[in-house]
Design a protein around this ligand. Structure first.
Ligand code: ME8
Length: 519
């Protein structure tokens, strides 16, 4: 039975205080792979990403540049959207928190929390990190090399005193512990213990408004207060569905995909706000790892910041997507370098998969005039296709469902290798004269295999797999995972008189860019 239930997936919304970096690209691509995978499974998917435009970090960056925060956000948000478009990220809504419907939704959520008796006015006195947009307890701070106090993320903190609204986070301690302990809510499981320890140590009420600047959503009925940026930022997940009006059937979210540094906000603050407003809780939060450049964090001072669009232009969008999902075990930190991207793309996409498609389709075009015909399968052909169907229709989807992309792609690669082994062993080129009927059976077995391989890998390399499926004559409506079980498609293609055109290579071999070779 195909599960057609709604699936709502979100990424974090990025701070547009600068241009997007590889970490942003990584998260957007991973979310897109999940969204595409669920669509192919038959789910009705909604996918949201966007930019988080308020707060002190944005206000200070704009001031440094002598412009308004709105102007900074307008420019930078455009680059984030461009990045998503260039990387084939199939979002349904790109939200900007400066949009009017978002202000309305944030104020409505605020009023719901106020009506629940969870907000009160007091004075905040404590540490704040503008870079993290986070409040920290004295006991959480570290000491830097010069003796200065640092946040647990290593960012500067400043002592802050101002009138502020507070949210009664302390009221939700027990319910939050239950939630954090419930299997599947927070993954990977390694992130769970840290959050449980944080809650067990006792939750203090959270300062949820600021009075020292005005770049934010106004607190309803409280002049001079704007919401703490994380209150409005988290609300974006509801705004996109129409809150406070009817949200349709996409809430609660199936998955909030975020990086490991913002797990506290998503698994403690956010569920507490929702509990207060009496709204259902997201089903899962997944905190992915960080992507490093040759093992190092990218930073302007190290001069190793790479524009994700340059990577996509240099290596191709699909090769970049494939590398990111294949190389790094999802949930763990990972590293990238031009050498590693080229190596993966050449050995797996160009040599193994691309070459299989190229060899098969050119032999069909040349030796069979491109014409497909009904054929008799030998045991060996049936054996290959059965193994392949199992890898593509069962193993890969099971891994993807569990967000285990690198192993899912590994299953797919095993299927590709099995096909290449079959080509070498059957040597169809040698059968042309000796046994033409057998040659046709071998080539058409490979044609069937290519279709399964292309359908299965669509979430990861959507552009290239759709180009291949076009070459194979597979209609759009038959490119989903349920179609993998269909046994009639080949005969229908034959009946239509479909012919294979001489193919163009899908994945040309990549060269290492000159500057990467030199370094
Ligand atoms: O945190 N590798 O925005 P942001 C992988 N506005 N992921 C990375 C990364 C890296 N090197 N660096 C950052 C914010 N990320 C907030 C979110 S959500 C309601 C508000 C991830 O622009 C990071 O973990 O700093 C986060 O998930 C996303 O990129 C945006 O980070």
């Amino acid at each position: 039975m195909v599960d057609t239930s709604p699936f709502y997936i979100t990424t974090a919304i990025s701070y547009p205080n600068g241009r997007p970096h590889i970490g942003h690209a990584y998260e957007a691509i991973a979310a897109d792979v999940i969204a595409r995978f669920q669509r192919l499974q038959g789910r009705s998917v909604r996918f949201q990403t966007g930019t988080d435009e308020h707060g002190l970090k944005m206000a200070r960056k704009a001031e440094e540049q002598g412009r308004t925060p709105a102007d900074l956000a307008d420019e930078m948000s455009g680059y984030f959207r461009e990045m998503c478009d260039a990387l084939d990220v199939s979002y349904d809504r790109f939200i900007r928190t400066s949009e009017p419907d978002h202000h309305r939704a944030s104020q409505a959520l605020w009023q719901a929390m106020e009506a629940a008796g969870d907000l009160y006015l007091d004075r905040y006195e404590g540490w704040y990190s503008v870079r993290d947009e986070a409040y920290y307890d004295e006991s959480e701070l570290a000491v830097g090399e010069g003796g200065e106090k640092l946040s647990p993320q290593g960012t500067p903190v400043e002592w802050t005193i101002e009138e502020s609204w507070f949210f009664r986070l302390s009221n939700y301690q027990d319910r939050l512990l239950d939630l954090l302990r419930s299997p599947g809510f927070l993954e990977p499981a390694s992130r769970r213990n840290e959050m449980i320890a944080f809650v067990e140590q006792g939750l203090r009420d959270l300062s949820v408004s600021r009075t020292s600047f005005d770049w934010g959503v106004k607190v309803p009925g409280s002049d001079g207060h704007v919401m703490y940026v994380w209150v409005d930022a988290l609300t974006n997940y509801l705004t996109g569905l129409g809150y406070p009006d009817d949200m349709g059937n996409f809430w609660p979210a199936s998955l909030h995909l975020i990086g490991k540094d913002i797990v506290r906000f998503h698994t403690i603050y956010w569920p507490a706000f929702l509990m207060s407003a009496n709204l259902p809780l997201p089903r899962k939060v997944f905190g992915h790892g960080f992507l490093l450049n040759r093992g190092q964090k990218e930073s302007k001072s190290l001069g190793n910041v790479t524009d994700p669009l340059t990577l996509a232009e240099t290596f191709g969008v699909d090769a970049l997507r494939y590398f990111l999902m294949r190389e790094v075990v999802f949930g763990q930190d990972g590293s990238y370098s031009p050498e590693a991207i080229v190596l993966r793309a050449n050995s797996e996409l160009a040599n193994a998969f691309g070459n299989l498609a190229q060899r098969t389709l050119s032999m069909i075009a040349k030796n069979m005039d491109g014409r497909l015909e009904a054929f008799e399968q030998a045991d060996r052909d049936r054996e290959l296709l059965a193994a392949l169907a199992d890898l593509c229709a069962n193993h890969l989807p099971a891994r993807f469902e569990a967000l285990d992309f690198s192993n899912g792609i590994d299953e797919w690669m095993r299927a590709v290798h099995a096909c290449n082994q079959y080509v070498d062993e059957q040597a169809p080129w040698a059968l042309k004269k000796s046994d033409p009927a057998r040659m046709k059976a071998v080539l058409q077995t490979l044609f069937v295999a290519l279709r399964d391989l292309a359908i299965a890998i669509q979430p990861v390399v959507p552009g290239k797999s759709s180009a291949l499926l076009d070459q194979l004559g597979i209609p759009e409506s038959e490119r989903n995972y349920a179609a993998l079980a269909d046994k009639t498609w080949f005969d229908r293609l034959v009946a239509k008189g479909f012919t294979v055109a001489p193919p163009t290579p899908l994945f040309p071999r990549l060269e290492l860019p000159a500057e990467a070779e030199a370094s």
